[in-house]
Write a protein that binds this ligand. Structure first.
Ligand code: GNR
Ligand code: NI
Length: 167
């Protein structure tokens, strides 16, 4: 097991696109274990492989209060979506920033699980929002892209300042 460094906005590598996983082999299982450890360490409810500089379509999540219900989705596709709702989101790659983001209210997801088996399920509420947030990461998109360019620019300046202070 290993903790992986999380890329922070405006790192251009957060704009890369992930490619599908061909087979869920031992290499992929190691990445999943390391991603879960990293997500729990940083108190996130989700983590996409792009955030740890791995360009593969792998997402880990745990929205449970006790942090004992890990969910892993690989090569996810949204095959149906309905409704629209706003929810306040944060992101481990955009630390300290929170904003309301519009998402579908309920989605139908098709994916592989961590054993490589095909799965289909519906998700709403926090899990639904989290899946949509993580799937955006796999396409190089961040939740702050839904904000106005002015707000995004303010956030970029703030995080650049924090980065320089920590240098
Ligand atoms: O920890 C996280 N919280 C969160 C809250 C609302 C909607 C999405 C999320 S995901 C985020 C972790 C993260 O950055 N995942 O990419
Ligand atoms: Ni995020």
């Amino acid at each position: 097991m290993a903790l992986l460094p999380i890329l922070k906005f405006p790192d251009p590598r957060l704009r890369h696109k992930a490619v599908p996983v061909a087979v869920v082999n031992d290499e992929i299982k190691t990445i999943i274990a390391d991603m879960l450890e990293t997500m729990y360490e940083d108190n996130g409810i989700g983590l996409a492989a792009i955030q740890v500089n791995i360009q593969k379509q792998i997402i880990v999540m745990d929205i449970s209060d006790d942090k004992n219900d890990p969910k892993v989705i690989i090569n996810p596709e949204i095959i149906d979506a309905k409704g629209n709702e706003l929810m306040s989101e944060g992101c481990l790659s955009v630390p300290g920033i929170y904003a309301e983001v519009p998402r579908a209210q309920e989605i139908q997801v098709k994916c592989l699980d961590r054993e490589g088996n095909s799965q289909e399920f519906s998700a709403d509420g926090l899990l639904g929002h989290c899946i949509q947030h993580e799937m955006d990461h796999l396409q190089g998109k961040l939740f702050i892209d839904y904000l106005s360019p002015l707000k995004r620019e303010r956030i970029r300046k703030k995080l650049e300042k924090v980065r320089k202070q920590n240098f």
